[in-house]
Ligand binder design. Structure first.
Ligand code: CAA
Length: 343
């Protein structure tokens, strides 16, 4: 398959890498030379890591050879799939889609990796809306096993099914998102966790390290919650929170504004909630901290809402948090343990 990825940030470069590892030829576009170079460096680093661990079937250089970097939005008429991964700004994304539509063939599928913008709203930028869908990857795409496949109001059944097949073809687990709800499945749950964690800290009840200790040592999450905010980017999360709030979903964390104004953008700036200058922060087990229920109750309620509103099934929401967020248990499995679920 011939794939083009638009935007070579953390997500775009990771998505390009996944498609190349799985034998596809990929065009990686970015408007900015520096960003393109950084994206290619990330891919090289990641491929070397995977190679060291024996996780690749080909040499890193062979896989790199499948990726063609470009700063020109060329004639993409023979491309099968374009995935947009530019920053979370509606106007920017809409402009990309308008330009792309002039260059691609009539059968090209156009996908967005948006985390927060409704697929139906984004598709208003396109003339031919039935070819458009959401393919939402998780950071780092090469290690996380899940991709949400989101159907907008205009996405054809055929394109939606094709999206699911494409995800299987890159050896990821597809989660079909049947209704175009804000934040889809995983992020609706994750934003509740972020909001609860921020509230526990802003209210002065607990420290950042205490909340992250509960996340890591009580709940068994692979990262602390504030560590994950740093990892996915303070700026990215702030922009996402603004977009979803505008659309009526309450992802609220005033701490993000504070950090953003100080330029503490997280891992990429080597400083966010934590100091990353010597690599990942060490999160120790603290003596006190919030209960699992204080951290997770709102997220469990959100998952119940998703199931009750036929966005996803119980099995799918559980799979979503295990594969998309690396949690050892599904969100509703935690809910049952905490007796949040109605019997
Ligand atoms: N490519 C290749 N190797 C990588 C890598 C990458 N992109 N990133 C990390 N690694 C390597 C590390 O270098 C490390 O290698 P060594 O053993 O040689 O040191 C190895 O993987 C393991 O990494 P860590 O020791 O740092 O830690 P880990 O075992 O916790 O695994 C992780 C890392 C997979 C990222 C794990 O911490 C995790 O699952 N974290 C949660 C991530 C998550 O929740 N992602 C979703 C966020 S939400 C989102 O993305 C959507 C949105 O819209 C905002």
């Amino acid at each position: 398959m011939k794939v083009a990825v638009i935007g070579s940030g953390i997500m775009g470069s990771g998505i390009a890498e996944v498609f190349a590892i799985n034998g596809n030829s990929v065009i990686l576009y970015d408007k900015y030379e520096e960003a393109l170079k950084k994206g290619l460096d990330n891919i090289k680093w990641s491929l070397e890591k995977l190679h060291e661990k024996g996780k690749l079937n080909e040499e890193p250089s062979t896989i790199m050879g499948k990726i063609t970097p470009t700063r020109q939005l060329g004639e993409f008429y023979d491309i099968d799939l374009v995935i947009e991964a530019v920053p979370e700004d509606f106007n920017l994304k809409a402009q990309v889609f308008r330009e792309l539509e002039k260059k691609v063939g009539t059968n090209t599928i156009i996908a967005t990796n948006t985390s927060s913008l409704p697929i139906t709203e984004l598709s208003t930028a396109l003339e031919k809306k039935d070819r458009f869908l959401g393919l939402h990857f998780f950071n780092p795409p090469v290690l996380m096993g899940l991709v949400e496949v989101i159907k907008g109001n205009y996405t054809s059944d055929q394109v939606f099914e094709r999206g699911i097949e494409i995800v299987k073809g890159i050896k990821k687990e597809p989660i079909p998102v049947r209704k175009d709800v804000i934040g889809f499945v995983v992020n609706r749950i994750l934003f509740r966790v972020f909001t609860s964690a921020c509230r526990l800290v802003s209210g002065g009840k607990y420290t950042i390290r205490e909340v992250d200790s509960t996340a890591k040592y009580t709940l068994g999450f692979p990262m602390g919650i504030f560590e994950l905010l740093d990892y996915t980017g303070i700026d990215t999360n702030l922009f996402i929170s603004r977009e979803v709030k505008k659309r009526g979903f309450d992802f609220d964390c005033p701490l993000l504004e504070e950090l953003y104004s100080r330029g503490q953008l997280g891992t990429k700036a080597k400083r966010g909630f934590y100091d990353w200058s010597n690599g990942r922060p060490r999160i120790e087990k603290t003596e006190r901290g919030p209960s699992a229920k204080e951290v997770l109750e709102d997220a469990v309620k959100e998952a119940i809402w998703l199931v009750n509103n036929n966005v996803s099934t119980e099995e799918e929401v559980n799979k979503a948090t295990k594969l998309g967020l690396g949690w050892p248990k599904g969100v509703l499995e935690y809910g049952k343990e905490m007796a949040i679920l109605k019997p």
